[in-house]
Design a protein around this ligand. Structure first.
Ligand code: HEM
Ligand code: NAG
Ligand code: NAG
Length: 525
């Protein structure tokens, strides 16, 4: 007995010595093979929370996603710093003036190559599809290629003009009709809903109807729910190690949405869709992307379209309805966008003017404040040539720049002592600033990124969400079933999330607003 124990102790001692030796060797080898020389002018390196070279930061990133950079930046409040990982260096750029400098360096710092890599990986596109996606993505071999050309067409299709107007009109129509279904059951005066579930579905179908037209695959609830499975497992699917096992639901969901898009393109659904999906089809066709790959790329595109607008709409509704003073102010402001007439039977017809809603100063300020609180996105860039930004920091070719917007959005030196508060007038005050009053620094507010990759979907997202919230505020009263509004915890659903998701959902009672019951509600445009 005694001997065995001694043996055991000896064994475990030898074992731990061995482990230490292997680790030491490992660190030495890593330093030898991956060790990147650090130039004095590069942003300073910072240590990881878990004190293991290289691996430490990777553990932090897997655990907290992009939130890791927010945590690290709180600990090291530097204008820019370097994080070293196996794959190379990541320059985390935080100060607004440096962010502006990064946005300006369009040739040396590019997003397209990162986007192409992520999209082909998360899409599980074919070998040929991946090659087409990656070809000339750096723009260095000439400004042509599916990725670079594709982005150009997307920006054009989503910019102000008839294409965008058609999309916002369709989205608003969908919202008006489906909000009307919030009628209380007979014998009751209220309707009970789960707020996020309801908004997520309303906005996801409204937005995808606007983009994909009458044959929109997301009209099928099974496809929509498969999509959310895919979205929730994004990070694991991006790692892409045996996805059918490590992220089963997301993997199955992705295949289901792929099938639906393949059918959509085969039946030429895009021909009756928006300028956006037409442009996407045309450019894919020009570059010989196969139909199955086209479908796969569209499934991933849907992450950017649906994964952002639904949670943003939720936070907008939450902040307005949980704050009676804000709701009252907005109802007053939005009242001027509402015209009531009566049909031949004397029933009210209420029309909301989208142009007026878009031009409402307080509603717009509230939207920006909601984005400041809920944006968790980052602008990523690949360093394509060594460059000096703001004449201060050297960025070396092959490394990555990350600019998490949240670090700026919660910085008291940029927003003042009320930084943590929700102030629906914060951006209004910016507009009506008196001379001498502090101006918001350019580059400090960037929920949609910036530079030449500034989110092209921001007009569509803003218009449809403002229209939805305006109608909801004028038409209904919302009260939490528990009696109190409790703010759900915001969390990033994946490394690609640009807006936090709420958790848990809130049960809410919906009642038509007094004096505004019944009648037909519409938007004009
Ligand atoms: C509230 C909603 C949204 C938010 C917060 C958001 C946020 C962002 C962010 C942070 C970026 C990266 C910008 C950069 O690299 O600097 C981006 C890019 C992009 N977004 Fe959005 N987005 C939203 C809605 C949409 C919608 C509705 C669409 C499409 C209909 C869309 C399409 C795109 C595209 C195509 C890009 C890539 C642009 C490029 O690289 O040239 N987004 N978005
Ligand atoms: C990539 O760039 C090269 C050089 O400018 C050009 O010859 C080629 O056609 C481009 N490829 C594609 C797919 O656009
Ligand atoms: C995948 O998503 C489902 C919900 O759809 C979730 O329960 C599961 O934990 C996720 N798995 C991973 C690995 O992200």
């Amino acid at each position: 007995m005694e001997e065995v124990q001694q043996d055991g102790r000896l064994e475990s001692k030898t074992l731990s010595l061995l482990v230490v030796a292997v680790l030491a060797c490992g660190v030495f080898l890593i330093e030898y093979f991956f060790g990147h020389k650090h130039h004095a002018q590069e942003p300073p390196r910072v240590p990881s929370a878990v004190p293991i070279p290289y691996l430490g930061h990777m553990i932090g990133l897997m655990r907290y996603k992009m939130g890791y950079y927010v945590k690290l930046s709180a600990k090291y409040p530097l204008p820019a710093y370097t994080v070293t990982t196996f794959g190379g260096k990541v320059y985390v750029v935080n100060s607004p003036e440096l962010a502006v400098a990064v946005f300006r360096s369009v040739k040396a710092l590019s997003f397209a190559n990162i986007a192409a890599t992520v999209v082909s990986r998360i899409s599980l596109s074919s070998k040929e599809g991946t090659e087409i996606m990656l070809k000339n993505a750096t723009g260095e071999e000439g400004d042509k290629g599916y990725t670079v050309e594709g982005f150009k067409r997307i920006h054009a299709a989503l910019g102000p003009g008839p294409g965008l107007e058609q999309m916002t009109t369709l989205a608003a129509q969908h919202v008006a009709v489906n909000m009307g279904k919030l009628k209380p059951e007979k014998e009751s005066t209220i309707t009970r809903i789960m707020l996020y579930e309801w908004i997520q579905h309303l906005i996801a179908v409204a937005t995808s109807d606007a983009v994909y037209g009458p044959m929109n695959p997301f009209q099928n609830p099974e496809v929509e729910s498969a999509f959310w499975d895919f979205e929730r497992n994004f990070t694991t699917l991006l790692v892409n190690i045996m996805p059918a096992l490590t992220a089963r639901r997301g993997h199955i969901g992705r295949e289901r949405v792929n099938q639906a898009f393949e059918k959509y393109f085969r039946q030429e659904g895009h021909k009756s869709g928006s300028a956006l999906v037409k442009a996407r089809y045309e450019v894919a066709d020009e570059y010989d992307v196969s139909l199955p790959d086209m479908a796969r790329f569209e499934t991933t595109m849907a992450i950017g379209i649906l994964g952002t607008t639904s949670p943003a709409a939720f936070w907008m509704v939450f902040h307005i309805f949980s704050n009676p003073a804000v709701l009252e102010d907005l109802r007053t402001e939005l009242g001027t966008a509402l015209t009531t007439t009566f049909d031949k039977d004397g029933a009210p017809v209420r029309q909301l003017d989208i142009t007026r809603i878009k031009g409402s100063p307080l509603l717009t300020s509230t939207w920006h404040e909601v984005l400041r609180h809920s944006a968790c996105g980052t602008s990523a860039r690949l360093v394509q040539q060594d460059c000096l930004i703001d004449n201060r920091f050297l960025l070396k070719k092959g490394n990555v720049v990350q600019m998490p917007s949240r670090v700026s959005h919660i910085n008291p030196s940029l927003w003042g002592t009320t930084v943590d508060a929700f102030d629906s007038r914060r951006f209004l005050k910016q507009e009506s600033r008196k001379p001498g009053e502090q101006k918001l620094q350019s580059g400090a507010f960037r929920p949609f990124g910036g530079g030449n990759t500034l989110c092209p979907g921001r007009h569509l997202a803003a218009t449809e969400i403002l229209a939805m919230v305006a109608m909801l505020a004028l038409r209904f009263d919302l009260t939490p079933a528990s009696g109190y509004w409790v703010k759900p915890t915001p969390y990033a659903s994946s490394v690609a999330a640009a807006i936090y998701s709420p958790n848990p959902d809130i049960a809410v009672n919906v009642k038509p607003r007094k004096g505004y019951e019944g009648g037909l509600w519409t938007f004009n445009s």
